[in-house]
Design a protein around this ligand. Structure first.
Ligand SMILES: Cc1cc2nc3c(=O)[nH]c(=O)nc-3n(C[C@H](O)[C@H](O)[C@H](O)COP(=O)(O)OP(=O)(O)OC[C@H]3O[C@@H](n4cnc5c(N)ncnc54)[C@H](O)[C@@H]3O)c2cc1C
Length: 294
């Protein structure tokens, strides 16, 4: 199998933050077979590797990634009755739209979550009303400790709020199947436009990874803590705490990853001092996170 492995590819273009250094090695995969092949290649060569979906929950440091970035371009989608199976590189919003066109509801809440199906399952993406794990029936994964893909049910993932076991095992999600329900097309379309409208009202648009920190249980939200700590509008270099939503850390145009990281460290310290809460990042900082929980 011939897969083109490129060298020194800037990761900026693949991440919604539009910052970060270069990948030492970089390749795109279009099929599960190519994915398995590349993972095995990286292991044999003893190169660290990482899957990249939509790059909407990842912040690569300015130093770049010292191994192989595998860009997931596996995009097959199959609908059978009320079941939808998507390869992990399928764009989640596209999947929601295709479901809507087929009168399949129960997933509209995820219409504004950027990124891929694989990234969503990895981090159990969701909104207050639902998580992707609520509708997943099974997935095909390439376990870290196995040569061959296997099928697993949701209990394997030990899903919780923005978390799954895969964050620690480093298994690769190849595809996932979801159980939806037939609903009138008009109802689904109305829901989708309502969700889109609410987002626009509450959240800024621009170069960001969405909510930077996870909501800590005992307080209303991470955004509330950051706002109450007086951090709204705070800046480091080209990074800024959004004046519209305090948990959105924006690249205002010319930020580098260090600006964003330094601003989040500052926020973390201020919130810790005021509320004695250790905010935990939802965004993954790679390869060197300054946060202990990553
Ligand atoms: C404007 C904006 C709004 C957002 N709103 C929400 C929201 O409402 N709810 C929410 O939950 N999130 C939200 N997010 C965060 C983000 O969209 C989700 O976390 C998304 O699921 C990440 O998917 P991705 O494909 O972009 O992952 P990436 O950023 O590409 O990767 C994130 C992690 O997942 C791993 N990964 C990706 N694909 C695979 C795979 N196939 N197998 C194994 N590991 C994999 C990567 O290695 C990496 O560790 C938002 C982001 C933005 C920019």
């Amino acid at each position: 199998m011939e897969i083109k492995v490129q060298k020194n590819i800037s990761l900026k273009q693949f991440c919604t933050y539009k910052t970060g250094g270069s990948a030492k090695y970089f390749a795109e995969v279009k099929t599960p077979q190519e994915m398995v092949h590349l993972r095995d290649f990286a292991r044999i060569q003893n190169i660290p590797y990482m899957i990249l979906g939509g790059g909407s929950n990842i912040l690569f440091g300015d130093e770049g990634f010292p191994g192989l970035i595998i860009l997931n371009r596996m995009t097959k989608l199959h609908i059978q009755g009320e079941r939808v199976t998507a390869e992990s590189g399928v764009n989640l919003a596209r999947m929601v739209m295709v479901c809507a066109q087929n009168n399949l509801g129960g997933i509209s809440g995820l219409c504004n979550v950027p990124g891929s199906v694989g990234g969503a399952v990895y981090g159990n993406a969701g909104i207050p009303e639902m998580n992707i794990s609520d509708i997943m029936t099974h997935a095909i994964i390439l376990p870290n400790d196995s040569e061959k893909p296997i099928m697993v049910t949701p209990d394997y993932f030990q899903f919780s709020y923005r978390d799954s076991k895969v964050k620690r095992t480093k298994d690769i999600i190849l595809s996932a199947t979801f159980k939806l329900q037939f609903e009138p097309g008009m109802k689904i379309r109305t829901e989708i436009s309502q969700y889109a409208k609410e987002r626009l009202q509450k959240q800024p648009t621009g170069n960001t990874c969405g909510s930077f920190f996870k909501n800590p249980g005992q307080f209303p939200s991470a955004g509330w803590l950051i706002e109450q700590s007086g951090c709204k509008g705070m800046k480091v270099g080209g990074a800024m705490v959004s004046p519209k939503h305090a948990n959105f850390i924006m690249n205002t145009g010319d930020a580098n990853s260090s600006d964003i990281i330094n601003l989040t460290i500052k926020i973390h310290q201020i919130v810790k001092k005021k509320f004695n809460v250790n905010l935990e990042p939802e965004v993954q900082i790679v390869p060197n996170s300054p946060f202990k929980s990553q």
